[in-house]
Write a protein of this length. Structure first.
Length: 306
């Protein structure tokens, strides 16, 4: 993967964050996982930008995280827009804090935007319309809610389509979706949160990870925890996510080209794979998988010679 976008004119993706909702280092953590972590650069909460340079350029953001400010600066550095921090729209996966609370920066206290499209599933729409301060963003016209429907594709531009995929997760306030993103020449899967791949097998739509992986060129998948035992003092069963070791085991029989599509994202601050040079990250690579890096771009392009 590369963060070089020089002379790129085709649609592409930018990973703007790789960490679980609260980022890393995480507030309140005095453990070795955060004490040894260089706070600059921080790992931002998982988010993905979609960029289409055609027709004046379009930029869409999947999820508005608490790190929205820093992520927009990162996006501006990699894929500048005519107006800094301008977006063509935001698409939300669900109502957990790391995925929608960045909307707070759109109101009059911060950016003071007008008419920004925010694409949402039905329960997510009802949540924003019925709870403050989000309802004020709707009433004031800062954001305009646009409805998404599971398995119904949405044309973001003439060259980019996106399809919401329902996934089983802790749906206290909204349903949860991942997205399949398609553009001429490439396709991608973005699923930062899911309870278990086995649960998806029987979930509405009866999807299987292997089938979805076969449809795309890259898959950014829930890698919240590497293995059991990472969380101390909390009941990990109340924080269901497929462990990275489970995902890799499930896909161990897949071809090397299929395994190479997987890029783990949404890593908790306790996940040792956050250390890209560490033993665990190297072991993930050795098994043919990958860990997403903040600022990486897909598809990869080479910088032309000077």
């Amino acid at each position: 993967m590369s963060d070089m976008t020089t002379h790129r004119d085709q649609p592409f993706l930018v990973v703007l964050g790789v960490a679980q909702d609260a980022g890393a280092p995480q507030v309140g953590c005095r453990g070795a996982c955060c004490a040894s972590m260089d706070p600059t650069p921080r790992r931002y909460a998982a988010a993905l930008a979609i960029v289409d340079p055609s027709d004046g350029g379009g930029r869409w953001l999947i999820d508005a995280t608490p790190d929205f400010r820093e992520q927009m600066r990162l996006l501006d550095a990699i894929a500048p827009a005519e107006a800094p921090a301008a977006l063509s729209g935001i698409l939300l996966t669900h109502a957990h804090i790391g995925h929608y609370t960045g909307l707070m920066f759109l109101g009059c206290e911060a950016m003071g935007v007008s008419g920004w499209p925010v694409h949402v599933m039905p329960r997510m729409r009802a949540f924003l319309e019925s709870n403050g301060p989000w309802d004020e963003l709707v009433r004031s016209g800062a954001i305009v809610l646009r409805s998404l429907a599971a398995d119904t594709s949405l044309a973001l531009s003439a060259r980019v389509r996106l399809t919401p995929l329902l996934v089983p997760h802790r749906d206290e306030y909204s349903e949860t979706v991942g997205f399949r993103i398609e553009s001429p020449g490439w396709s991608a899967l973005w699923i930062p949160d899911i309870d278990a791949w086995d649960d998806w097998d029987g979930h509405p739509g009866d999807r299987r990870l292997e089938a979805e992986l076969a449809r795309v060129d890259v898959a950014y998948l829930d890698g919240t925890f590497h293995a059991d035992g990472e969380i101390v003092g909390r009941d990990a069963s109340r924080i269901p996510h497929p462990r990275m070791v489970e995902t890799m085991s499930r896909l161990s029989g897949a071809s090397s080209s299929e395994r190479a599509k997987v890029r783990f994202v949404h890593l908790n601050h306790t996940n040792p794979a956050l250390d890209g040079a560490g033993v665990v990250a190297r072991a993930v690579d050795a098994r043919g998988f990958g860990v997403a890096t903040q600022g990486e771009v897909f598809p990869r392009v080479a910088t032309p010679p000077a």
